[in-house]
Design a protein. Structure first.
Length: 549
């Protein structure tokens, strides 16, 4: 068992730029700026917890004031300046927490203090952690000093929430965004610490720590600390033991749960959930893991186990790959949205265990509805296939019949030429307003069709007489164009009269009203009401009248 009087996160806190984990580019940039004496008035370090913001701030403070200079920054035998900064008792380096010093009066004290030159160091430095906690008036009081500070004064800010910091503050700082540490890099770092501390932890357990830390070095060291405190009779800490310590369960159990839901097995689904819950996992964590499993089911073809992704092990990867072939992508997206909606509601429920049970039962019913929809779709596809086959057959017969007729006509023309037949005009018989619109479409007179549908209100329609009213958008040449085409199509002269009566709604508006009525009727159907229960926010957008039984 390892022993130490200091937690790992403090014991192995980086003291130089080359010791920073996962921030190589940023470290080089800051090092070069100090080396070339191009030091900004203020630094702004942004990133998630444990990414190295405060550590970087302290290294910068040491680099600016080290007696040996930035290129020979103290690593072991610390100079007086570096030692006092590490110990936190350098009177020229003021480190404050903005969460406890939020008011304008606190900032005024800082500005007042900044008027005096440093006592022993080269620069007087203010390190301000969680700077986004400052009040608006505090930020405003800081602006002028931040833009034009004395040559001996430098500011270093750190924050996890850049959105709360005014743009006027950010624009006066040299900004650095510290990224999450890469999984493989963090894995190698933790193995190194484990060896230095003579810890006995398996690589699989370390990979679990990397996954749980989510790219945070401090979190990973804290978890490693807990793992190394575990007595295991001199044996290496296994993945299963690590899972018990951290309250983590295998993702394969969630994958099994989803599989049982897809098969419609209620008893097995609830039993699996109870086993997971009894192992000490919080209901909200189960929902989040459910979401993560759905994500991998949808995107497994794009996931590679290349050593930088510790979210899935080989067994889980194969399980998800096989299961993803059994479920449609659109169904996965529906389950994803359904789970997200429940994740929003779980916090308002007193008994979250019961909530998850009911969530799983609703998932089972949702699958039944989806399955029913799939069967209907298959039957519809079968009908469509038969219809296509019959249509193709009829077309072939019709084509052959037409060819025979053409041959006969061709032979007759050769024997008895009749010029009158060639010049004969085919006359259309238009019985109503709808047929008139259909004729325009057939004849490709789209301009006239558009006017009839959108700008004309029908009052009456008789043989060779149409009475209409119209709106202000009607084209001036409409009557003339329609009259000419009606003579051409029917070989008759038509009267188009304007009426003072309002007439029926435009053809387009009639169509809209019809669609609205269909949606209203369909929204009261049994299927729609079932969907509405599952998805309260769902809204019926359209109804296909052709397929509506």
């Amino acid at each position: 068992m390892y022993s130490n009087n200091k937690v790992l996160a403090l014991k192995y806190r980086p003291q130089t730029f080359d010791q920073l984990i996962g921030q190589k580019v940023i470290a080089e940039s800051i090092f070069n700026s100090i080396k070339n004496n191009k030091i900004p008035n203020a630094y702004m370090f942004l990133g998630i917890r444990g990414s190295g913001k405060t550590s970087t701030a302290r290294i910068v403070a040491k680099a600016l004031n080290c007696e040996n200079g930035v290129e020979k920054l103290c690593t072991e035998n610390f100079c007086e300046s570096c030692k006092s900064i590490i110990d936190g008792n350098n009177i020229d380096i003021l480190e404050i927490d903005a969460a406890s010093k939020t008011s304008v009066d606190d900032v005024r004290e800082l500005i007042e203090f900044s008027r005096y030159k440093p006592t022993s160091a080269k620069y007087k430095i203010f390190i301000c952690d969680e700077v986004h906690m400052f009040s608006k008036s505090a930020f405003a009081a800081l602006l002028k000093t931040l833009e034009e500070p004395p040559s001996y004064l430098k500011f270093i800010f750190a924050s996890t929430d850049v959105k709360k910091i005014p743009v006027t503050i950010i624009s006066r700082c040299q900004r650095y965004d510290l990224s999450r540490v890469n999984s493989s890099e963090l894995f190698e770092y933790l193995k190194k610490i484990k060896n230095l501390e003579n810890g006995k932890i398996s690589d699989e357990a370390i990979k679990l720590i990397v996954k749980l830390s989510e790219g945070s070095v401090r979190d990973s060291l804290s978890l490693l600390d807990r793992a190394m405190l575990m007595e295991n009779n001199g044996k290496e800490l296994s993945l299963k033991d690590a899972q018990k310590i951290f309250g983590y369960f295998e993702k394969s159990k969630i994958i099994d749960l989803i599989e049982q839901i897809l098969e419609g097995n209620e008893e097995s689904s609830l039993k699996l959930f109870r086993d997971i819950y009894n192992s000490g996992v919080e209901p909200k964590v189960i929902l989040n893991e459910f979401l993560e499993a759905l994500y991998y089911l949808k995107n497994i073809e794009y996931v590679n186990l290349n050593g930088t992704n510790f979210d899935l092990n080989d067994k889980e990867f194969e399980k998800i790959k096989n299961l993803s072939k059994k479920i449609l992508k659109k169904d996965l997206l529906l389950f994803w949205q359904f789970t997200l909606n429940n994740l929003d509601k779980i916090d308002i429920i007193k008994n979250q265990y019961q909530f998850i049970e009911m969530f799983l039962i609703r998932c089972l019913h949702l699958k039944k509805i989806l399955k029913s929809g799939e069967n209907n779709e298959k039957n519809s596809d079968k009908k469509t296939t038969n219809l296509k086959e019959n249509t193709i057959k009829n077309q072939k017969e019709y084509k052959q019949e037409t060819i025979d007729q053409l041959k006969n006509v061709e032979q007759q023309d050769k024997i008895i030429p009749n010029p009158e037949v060639k010049n004969k005009k085919e006359n259309y018989r238009i019985k109503n307003f709808k047929e008139l619109i259909e004729t325009c479409e057939h004849k490709k007179e789209l301009k006239i069709k558009y006017e009839l549908e959108n700008n004309v209100r029908l009052v009456s329609f008789e043989d060779q007489k149409i009475e209409i009213s119209f709106n202000s958008n009607l084209d001036k040449s409409f009557v003339k164009d329609l009259s000419e085409k009606l003579i051409e199509w029917t070989d008759k002269r038509w009267v188009i009269a304007f009426s003072k009566k309002e007439g029926l709604p435009t053809f387009k508006n009639q169509k809209k009203d019809k669609e609205a009525n269909l949606i209203k009727q369909e929204s009261q159907s049994k299927f729609s009401l079932e969907i509405k229960k599952l998805f309260p926010d769902a809204e019926l957008q359209s109804v296909d009248e052709k397929n509506k039984s």
